[in-house]
Write a protein that binds this ligand. Structure first.
Ligand code: SF4
Length: 372
């Protein structure tokens, strides 16, 4: 196939759906890791085309959603300081902190700017040498390399007034945490194709073997998702649990060596708290000792952060696949994209936003897991 729309071809999609129905003999529950995959599934109603009892559990792979409240509150504290220009991608501006968000800081006179690349923030720093310029570096393995490269450039060019507020997270430790949860129902994973295009696939065979779950590297278009589901249920029905790459047009086993080398130079792994989930050992990156002077947390020493989560928001359960968004009592009433109570309603990759956007308002069907 040559063009992206061909990956939405309804005839081919129908054939894949038929193959899935012909393969499945019992209920299965699998998790799509990435919020982008969740949006494709909900938008195209893919989960509603699957055989009865085959459930898609929506995973925590939305970078905005899992950024811990403490980091959001730190960002707000830093952004409110008078000599700071705080730069961020647009999707972080509405994410609620304990009491306010970046839009509120901006409306109160803070210099909060939306940029389209961390290198834009670096240019702002060059143009404003009398200001401290901070870029909010969040996300998975996909956004970490350009942020690493920007810090590398800042050091190389000697730009002292730039720093990065870092909250990067890694997928494989999250899969481990999900599988170790006593309430885990996941029997197979659609791994995030774009993460694997950066990091490769070498971390996954061990996880598939250790937890006895198929892991299928999957893309983001409807045919990608259906192919990933077909490969996953095929393994489950045969009692297999290996890594498969169903996104070969973008993913090589070794990933992107230049990006991986840049990450290894600038970052080091660290324990990281995930919003709604909690601390996951070695699941994040922070700037390594060599680049520590560019770490906004060290530069600004923001102390006395007391976080206060919404008492009604159940995004932690949504992120762990324990409930569907419309099972939250605030969904679509107290909580909407215009007035979000939790990050999963803000982000374009958040599961609550996907359910709201594509009008998934009905009571979910009870699904019985086989435990197989
Ligand atoms: S609908 Fe809103 S309040 Fe409920 S879990 Fe989602 S983000 Fe939180």
């Amino acid at each position: 196939m040559k063009y992206l729309e061909e990956f939405s071809d309804p005839v081919l999609a129908g054939k894949l759906v038929e193959q899935i129905h012909a393969t499945v003999t019992k209920p299965w529950a699998m998790m799509e890791v990435c919020g982008g995959q969740t949006h494709t599934i909900v938008r195209h109603g893919i989960d509603q085309l699957l055989p009865d009892g085959v459930e898609m559990i929506h995973g925590p792979g939305c970078p905005v959603c899992v950024t811990p409240l403490e980091i959001i509150d730190k960002a707000l504290e830093i952004a409110a300081q008078p000599d700071v220009i705080f730069c961020s991608f647009g999707d972080m501006l509405r994410v609620p902190g304990s009491e306010r968000d970046l839009f509120r800081i901006k409306s109160q006179g803070g210099d909060v700017r939306v940029v389209y690349s961390p290198l834009d923030a670096l240019r702002v720093a060059q143009e404003n040498p009398d200001k401290q310029v901070v870029f909010f570096g969040i996300g998975f393995e996909t956004t970490a390399p350009p942020n690493a490269m920007t810090v590398y450039q800042a050091k190389k060019l000697g730009i002292p007034n730039f720093s990065l507020l870092v909250s990067h997270v890694r997928v494989p430790p999250a899969i481990e945490a999900i599988m170790q949860s006593p309430s885990c129902r996941v029997q197979g994973f659609l791994a995030a194709g774009h993460v694997c295009s950066v990091m490769g696939t070498t971390e996954y065979p061990e996880l598939a073997d250790k937890y006895g779950v198929p892991i299928v590297v999957t893309g983001f278009e409807p045919l990608d998702i259906l192919a990933g589901i077909l490969r996953t249920v095929s393994q489950l029905e045969k009692g297999e649990h290996v890594l498969e790459n169903a996104y070969q047009r973008a993913v090589r086993d070794e990933g992107n060596p230049a990006a991986i080398a840049m990450l290894a130079d600038v970052f080091e792994t660290t324990d990281r708290a995930w919003r709604g989930i909690g601390m996951i050992p070695q699941s994040g990156w922070r700037l390594s000792e060599r680049y520590r002077e560019y770490d906004a947390e060290y530069r600004f020493q923001v102390q006395d952060i007391t976080t206060q989560e919404s008492t009604v928001c159940r995004s932690g359960e949504v992120l762990q696949g324990l409930i569907k968004p419309h099972e939250c009592s605030a969904f679509g009433t107290l909580c909407t994209p215009r007035n979000p109570l939790g990050a999963t309603m803000v982000s374009s990759e958040g599961a609550c936003a996907a359910y709201y956007l594509y009008r998934r308002l009905e009571t979910p069907v009870e699904v019985v897991s086989s435990g197989g």
